[in-house]
Design a protein around this ligand. Structure first.
Ligand SMILES: Cc1cc2nc3c(=O)[nH]c(=O)nc-3n(C[C@H](O)[C@H](O)[C@H](O)COP(=O)(O)OP(=O)(O)OC[C@H]3O[C@@H](n4cnc5c(N)ncnc54)[C@H](O)[C@@H]3O)c2cc1C
Length: 479
């Protein structure tokens, strides 16, 4: 069983995934400097769970075995579990300042638990019991699981079965006596180069003709036929540097995403949890989206707390901290942060029990939370940039500070408030740059779905006819 960071790293070393970085095969992900920060961040989901003060938030009693398990492998048994998930995410974010990746698989497991139960009831299939066996193994070993929903999707105006290249959505190419063979790819897979399994799920509602694309399964990431291509991030080569410019060197930027290719990958039947049931694909997608959108006020709330702290410090270093507009902007950043956090807490508090017994957040409120993320995080970053000043964008290199020729100029002209070391000012500006730029922002926009996917949920769940009824009643309109 994986307990510590050391155990986790050992487990990653053993699996020998087929990972590529900048066109080259990575022999050992645990020693590759570009991947280490992401491994460090994910390792916090193990390490922090060992601290006695975090036990209540970061561990749970398995409803299957009664044993103490890491919460990232738990199936929510109550509203309290839903709330603890959000609190746990904010807590870990304070430690990492970046994504620790493990929530996606957590949400995929909860999704499949509740949905396979209902597929079985409708289709007399055996998916639920298979899934429970898989889940028990994940809980026992404390594995890290990738939540694999998003397909490359090719031409967005066409259905999976209408694409000129059928592989642009993951699909079943062969059904055998012992299992299925799948082909295609999953895009933007968070934490995948440092995970153990992937849970693939259909990426959208499937229609008649798309049966081969309605597939869910658990696959070890070292299965033959799987290739992972690590994605480029903004400023990612700074992780390879020593010194000030690395920003958040220990934990990096965002989650560490990869494109995963499935080139005729075999999956035995006991790991297949959906196979052609198009009538459940929409429900499955909606549930995963809701469970994942629930998270964002927790994780991004925690990351924003640190951005606010860094921005306040930059203002102190520069002598602007007492200006009333700076204080007000910091208050606005806190307001935006607590707004998204309140959303995550609210959708959890209003959660309810599904037929399987697992608890599920309120979908409309979870969508509201994620929709606010697509705006508030940009606004928080905008205010951080405003307060930090243009120097955040034009700061000299760490080497310029160290150089005998340029160091004296950098120290002289980057001085702020007397007594504050220039190194401290540069460090905090680089941290703000790291946490508020490029890839981080896009993650807030598209992670768990783009804004339009949340507006569709407002259209479906917002109950406009009822709102019109209330208005008519008050206005005494009787037609
Ligand atoms: C950092 C990061 C991490 C991620 N991690 C994961 C992960 O771990 N697991 C996972 O499954 N996914 C993950 N995702 C994927 C994420 O869910 C998708 O990026 C998101 O759903 C949007 O899909 P897309 O990127 O293909 O964009 P697109 O679908 O191309 O969307 C781009 C724009 O086109 C619009 N659009 C799309 N299709 C249509 C259409 N048919 N008609 C009209 N407009 C359309 C959208 O509304 C949007 O405005 C991650 C994404 C990011 C950025």
């Amino acid at each position: 069983m994986i307990r510590t960071k050391k155990d986790y790293i050992e487990s990653l070393k053993k699996q020998k995934l087929n990972v590529y970085y900048k066109g080259e095969r990575v022999e050992d992900v645990t020693t590759h400097p570009a991947l280490i920060p992401h491994i460090n961040a994910a390792a916090m989901t193990y390490e922090l769970a060992l601290r006695p003060e975090n036990e209540d938030l970061m561990t749970a009693a398995s409803h299957l075995t009664g044993k103490k398990i890491n919460r990232f492998t738990h199936i929510h048994q109550s509203v309290d579990d839903l709330l603890k998930k959000v609190l746990m995410l904010r807590l870990i974010s304070h430690e990492t300042g970046s994504c620790y990746q493990r929530c996606v698989g957590f949400d995929a497991m909860n999704t499949l638990y509740m949905t396979t139960y209902e597929i079985d009831a409708a289709h007399k299939t055996k998916y639920f019991s298979r899934f429970v066996e898989f889940l028990k193994m994940v809980q026992e070993e404390n594995f890290m699981v990738v939540g694999g929903m998003t397909d490359p999707k090719g031409d967005r105006s066409k259905r999976p079965s209408e694409q000129s290249d059928p592989d642009l959505f993951v699909h079943i190419v062969e059904k055998r006596e012992d299992g299925i063979v799948i082909r295609g790819a999953k895009a933007h897979m968070t934490g995948s180069v440092n995970s153990h399994y992937i849970l693939i799920m259909p990426t959208q509602n499937m229609a008649k003709g798309d049966e081969a694309y309605a597939v869910a399964a658990a696959i070890p990431l070292n299965t033959p036929g799987i290739t992972l291509i690590f994605g480029r991030q903004s400023n990612e080569e700074r992780k390879l540097e020593e010194g000030i410019d690395a920003g958040n060197k220990e934990f990096g930027v965002v989650g560490g995403e990869a494109l995963i290719i499935f080139d005729d990958v075999f999956v035995p039947w006991d790991r297949v949890f959906m196979c052609g049931e198009i009538d459940f694909s929409g429900l499955l997608v909606e549930r995963f989206a809701t469970l994942h959108r629930q998270n964002y006020g927790g994780c991004k709330g925690g990351v924003s707390d640190t951005i606010i702290g860094a921005t306040a410090l930059a203002a102190q270093y520069q002598g602007t901290a007492n200006a009333s507009h700076i204080k007000d902007k910091l208050i606005e950043m806190m307001h935006l942060t607590e707004t998204v956090y309140a959303g995550s807490v609210a959708c959890s508090a209003m959660g309810s029990k599904t037929k399987s017994g697992a608890f599920y957040p309120d979908p409309l409120l979870a969508n509201c939370t994620k929709h606010n993320i697509t705006r508030n995080i940009y606004e928080i970053s905008r205010l951080a940039h405003d307060i930090a000043g243009g120097i955040m964008a034009t700061l000299p290199f760490d080497q310029d500070l160290r150089s005998p020729e340029t160091g004296k100029h950098v120290r002289k002209y980057l001085a702020g408030v007397e007594g504050v070391p220039v190194e401290s000012r540069m460090k905090i500006l680089r941290l703000i740059e790291n946490m508020t730029g490029g890839t981080c922002l896009v993650e807030s926009m598209h992670g768990a779905g783009p804004p339009q996917s949340q507006r569709v949920m407002y259209q479906r769940l917002g109950n406009l006819p009822q709102k019109i009824k209330w208005a008519k009643a008050l206005a005494r309109i009787n037609e």
